[in-house]
Design a protein around this ligand. Structure first.
Ligand SMILES: Cc1cc2nc3c(=O)[nH]c(=O)nc-3n(C[C@H](O)[C@H](O)[C@H](O)COP(=O)(O)O)c2cc1C
Length: 329
């Protein structure tokens, strides 16, 4: 194994801080003699909530970017060859390069970044911050764009999207598999979405676990539980804040990997300004709300909404999400 491969391997815990939908951490890292291949684990994909693989490839892209940032911080000259192979379930190869990857983000930024789902201080994002984040993330390189929408304008759509999400049995089944609503859950510290990460009170977590339990959910669904659960998110966007939408052209998984790399750079840039994000992917998972969002943004046929997240300064510091343990050499 080359020196750079073992040096990067020694820093695995740093690049594993990359974000992923439902915190599934779908990446599989294969260390070769002089390359590091990034594959994915189909058991960690979300075929029901993410049937197009949008979030899968965005997450894998964020992971690749985290690898490059970690390598650059260690002074290792590494570059990436994005090469999606569905048969091999591989997205990219990290290879040795002539120069260190050019990034403005230190590895410490990966450790500091986290999603925040609680209350944010009121205030819309200044347009200059949007411009700076777009430049920092080099969105132009992949044809991406950040569009800002005042939170209140999307409050009703979020309720519709949540009602769809909680009312779709396959999506709920998949979500249930990744929820860790009690600290006693055996995987609480390693993956998935915990009650604490979702800023839930104990009573809210117990209530959600009860309604989504396999034996209860079918009946609860018929009795209107999805509307009740969605009503709980009514207040989430009813304040003076901003939602950002990453928009860009997509002509296959390699484009999504590129947008995922850019998405991580956007989140790191915002974090460097003390701004946290709260992704709301259900707005683009639900066909009806995705169409309404497209029309609100006036998107053309060649542009897709890729990620939607509110952004702001949190009131209470969010917890650090769990990660799978690194497997030693
Ligand atoms: C492509 C993508 C989509 C995501 N969608 C959502 C979402 O819809 N709702 C949410 O609360 N978090 C979402 N997240 C955030 C993840 O849940 C989060 O990254 C993961 O739980 C790890 O937590 P951390 O980012 O705080 O380290 C998304 C993340 C990615 C990369």
């Amino acid at each position: 194994m080359s020196d750079w491969v073992s040096a990067l391997r020694g820093r695995e815990a740093v690049f594993r801080r990359a974000p992923s939908a439902h915190n599934t951490q779908p990446w599989v890292v294969r260390y070769g003699t002089d390359e590091v291949a990034v594959h994915w684990d189909p058991a960690r994909a979300l075929p029901d909530s993410d049937p197009t693989g949008r979030d899968l490839f965005l997450s894998l892209g964020a992971f690749v970017e985290a690898c490059l940032i970690t390598a650059a911080d260690a002074g290792l000259p590494v570059s990436v060859e994005v090469d999606v192979d569905a048969g091999e379930r591989r997205v990219a190869r990290l290879v040795s390069a002539d120069a260190v990857y050019d990034t403005r983000f230190p590895a410490a930024a990966l450790e500091l970044r986290r999603c925040a789902r609680g209350e944010y201080q009121p205030g819309e994002l200044a347009p200059v911050v949007l411009e700076e984040a777009s430049l920092d993330a080099d969105l132009a390189a992949c044809g991406g764009q950040l569009r800002a929408v005042p939170c209140r304008e999307l409050a009703g759509l979020l309720v519709d999207a949540d009602r769809w999400m909680f009312g779709t049995p396959a999506v709920v089944r998949e979500l249930r598999g990744w929820l860790r609503l009690s600290p006693r859950h055996p995987r609480y510290a390693v993956d998935g979405l915990t009650d604490r990460a979702m800023a839930m009170t104990r009573a809210e977590a117990v209530g959600l676990a009860a309604v989504l339990a396999p034996a209860v959910y079918p009946v609860a669904r018929r009795l209107g539980a999805p509307a009740l659960l969605a009503a709980a998110s009514k207040g989430l966007l009813r304040y003076d804040g901003s939602v950002l939408v990453l928009v860009g052209p997509v002509d296959g998984p390699a484009d999504l990997v590129g947008h995922g790399r850019a998405l991580l750079r956007v989140w790191l840039s915002l974090a460097s300004r003390g701004l946290a994000v709260h992704p709301l992917s259900q707005l683009i998972d639900c066909a009806a709300t995705a169409a309404a969002l497209r029309s609100r943004l006036g998107l053309g046929a060649g542009e897709s909404p890729l990620a939607v997240f509110r952004v702001g300064r949190y009131v209470t510091e969010p917890v650090r999400s769990g990660r799978l343990p690194t497997v030693g050499p």
